[in-house]
Design a protein around this ligand. Sequence first.
Ligand code: P6P
Length: 357
Amino acid sequence: MNDLNQTMDFRHQYALDRDCTTLSRHVLQQLQSFSSEAQDLSALMSRIALAGKFIARRLSRAGLVEDALGFTGEVNVQGESVKKMDVYTNEVFISVFEQSGLVCRLASEEMEKPYYIPENCPVGRYTLLYDPLDGSSNVDVNLSVGSIFSVRRQDGEDLNGSADDLLQSGRQQIAAGYILYGQSTILVYSIGRGVHAFTLDPSLGEFILSQENIQIPDHGPVYSVNEGNFWQWEESIRDYIRYVHRHEGYTARYGGALVGDIHRIFMQGGVFLYPGTVKKPEGKLRLLYESAPLAFLMEQAGGRASTGTQEILDVIPDKLHARTPLIIGSREDVSLVESFIREENRDRQEQILTSKS
Ligand code: P6P
């Protein structure tokens, strides 16, 4: 073959490979198997991608679609005002899994109890836990929002519909990820074999592999936290913030929507914090469908996720919508925050001992 044909052949092959690594193909490549379980997981991820496409399409035209924006007037189980887009996105996830035969239960931030798909239960032994539209307050100002998902196997019979078998540590997750609706729509996932990103190509209607085996730097310049809560924090968190204010090499970035803030940390390194407050030590973010899936990804990417005193993936929730403080990102940066918390706890213990002596 002459040089021109060799060059054309290479370009042709590269172009096809670039466009053909779809999400479903990648899952099967990861599992190196075509077993029925591998096929199920691949199909399940494709359903999540389909939900992402529906949501991305709705968001891209929200300002033009009648009744897409604004509030429903309802309050959800979290005590938050429900946006019309919250309802729409929640129903998208439900509809893409009905008649899928894959998922028996869906547990959502928007629903007090899990939604059961009885016809799937004898077959579909998976449960999807998800936050259909995280950061929805950003929708009305056209800033990035995201969906977060976690996949677990159904562990035993859920006889009374209480889904108590979901109250297990994040290490039981078999897949997790998020979809970031920004300038482009990016799906980031892991099935425990590294973290991989796919970018939606609207002209193909497919998520195409754009970044494989993402690794987060051990340290990064970004600290991401809502400093407006400074007055509510424990002294240890305040001391950490004073430290980064006084040392060169840090930059504050906070978008008010978890998925976008976390994606930046994945890409640039650093730490995201949503700590507890004196009044609400459990924090704001939910464990099972926000912190745990993100912690699963972060550990796969070489980072860490902590409550401040415990690895997020070791936390066992007492209820479906349990909340937890979240300190997540580069190993060194998460450890630095923890060192301030340990220092504070040590000082507090010394004060208690001193007062007793
Ligand atoms: P605050 C959005 O409501 C959310 O759940 C996350 O997406 C985000 O990280 C956090 O809350 C923002 O909370 O108190 O800073 O507005």
